[in-house]
Design a protein around this ligand. Structure first.
Ligand SMILES: [Zn+2]
Length: 440
């Protein structure tokens, strides 16, 4: 293994790596105190070697590394690629391409929703990884030999994982499924942090257009502020404060001071005036310029349909060994329940074949789900053991018993703002910030 600290060594290593059809890649970074993650270490392996790049080394130019990331002839293999790609995008203004994400491939092959690197390595190679350096400080210098060997293991085992998964994908004819997800992961749109769209990532629910308008303005203000000061969003204002500002719309400093969630004295800081102005901009917005607030479909037949769709999704996921999340999210099911032409991944391509068609048939009473209790012959001491299993039965166009599913009528309240952007399901899953243990 090699710790690389000079530009010439890096250029030589990248020349060698570029002769391979694929390399495995991982990065280590810090983002606890900054808006933009600080890249500390980058690891790459080919079938011949593995290198660790000290990206903080004095005078080191990472250009050869970025050229390899953009080299169309070399496939870059990551596990949970989103944050690694985001760093490269921010530092070099390019998206690594082509790529393969083993976490997404694992979902498509039935390893569960978002399997961690350690678990995947364990299940495929049988090796148990040393986790003792998981929370190590990667910005500390010098890097210890233990840190370097831990970093190396993040890319060396990934080679075997990749080879096993890609062989399995080919065997089961699912390579295209992963390819579709990779397109989302390598689209610059996925990484462009436009402050105007910052509200989309909030979980805050708003009921009225006026509230949405204020939320959009205040979220945009926070995003710009966090970017300018290079601090995490929560350091500027916490999400719950944004929610309260959206619903209360404080148009004066006094009203702002009265908010329960606002840190004490905040209104007197220079940001108090900024917030009041952002609120005013929101209130002044033409409601017609706002994205549609989508009504949350809850209650009544809508939710009955949703529950049935959830069962169908679980059955489909088990039967075909594909993580449910890759096929559809609960939100997607909710949209299908109320709209046959909902623009969700589950109604396109292979997902439609696997699930979407059946979902629509179920919704319209052409497909029914039933629980069958069949008595099996006694085995051992217990007699008449009851085994429950789901069976599917086709009803030629008639309404299924007990599963009346007329088109869902949207209820009036509450409503929820929704982003117009639709991404692939697994990529959306993978796009979420990863849990401390899920990435390599
Ligand atoms: Zn790692």
């Amino acid at each position: 293994m090699d710790l690389i600290t000079t530009t010439s060594d890096l250029a030589d290593a990248c020349d060698r790596l570029a002769r391979h059809p694929f390399v495995t890649v991982d990065t280590e970074f810090l983002r606890e105190t900054t808006y933009y993650p600080l890249l500390c270490v980058a690891q790459i392996a080919s079938t011949d070697e593995a290198i660790v790049i000290d990206t903080l080394a004095d005078g080191l130019d990472l250009k050869p590394f970025y050229e390899l990331m953009a080299n169309e002839r070399v496939l870059k293999v990551f596990h949970a690629a989103r944050q690694d790609i985001e760093i490269v995008w921010h530092q070099a203004n390019l998206v690594p391409h082509p790529i393969f994400d083993t976490q997404v491939a694992a979902m498509v092959l039935g390893y569960g929703d978002s399997i961690s690197y350690d678990q995947l390595v364990q299940r495929i190679t049988g090796d148990t990884l040393d986790k003792s350096h998981r929370f190590t400080d990667w910005s500390r210098r010098p890097l210890s030999p233990a840190q370097v060997s831990y970093a190396i293991s993040d890319v060396t085992h990934l080679r075997d994982v990749y080879l096993a998964l890609s062989a399995d994908l080919a065997k089961r004819g699912r390579a295209d499924w992963v390819g579709e997800e990779m397109e989302v992961l390598t689209s610059p749109e996925t990484y462009r942090a436009d402050p105007e769209n910052a509200w989309e990532r909030l979980k805050t629910r708003v009921r009225k257009p006026k509230e949405l308008a204020v939320l959009m303005e205040i979220a945009a203000w926070r995003e710009r502020e966090a970017q300018t000061r290079d601090v995490p969003r929560g350091r500027v204002l916490k999400d719950d404060v944004l929610g309260e500002i959206a619903t209360q719309a404080p148009a004066t400093i006094e009203r702002l001071a009265a908010l329960r969630s606002l840190p004490r004295g905040f209104e007197r800081s220079k940001w108090g005036q900024d917030i009041v102005q952002a609120v005013a901009r929101g209130l002044a917005r033409d409601p017609k310029s706002l994205p549609a607030i989508e009504r949350q479909r809850a209650g009544g037949n809508g939710s009955a349909t949703l529950e049935l769709l959830k069962v169908l999704l679980r059955m489909t996921s088990e039967r075909h060994a594909v993580a449910a999340k890759v096929i559809a999210t609960v939100d997607d099911l909710d949209r299908i329940a109320s709209d046959d032409n909902a623009d969700v991944p589950a109604l396109h391509g292979w997902r439609r074949e696997l699930f979407g068609e059946k979902a629509l048939a179920l919704k319209h009473g052409k497909l029914a789900l039933a629980v069958e209790q069949n008595r099996s012959r006694s085995t051992g001491r217990r007699k008449n053991k009851t085994r429950r299993r789901f069976i599917r039965r086709l009803f030629g166009g008639t309404r299924p018993r007990g599963a009346g599913a007329p088109d869902a009528t949207p209820s009036r309240t509450p409503v929820r703002a929704r982003s117009g952007a639709r991404a692939g399901a697994a990529a959306r899953t993978a796009a979420r910030p990863r849990a401390p243990n899920s990435g390599p």
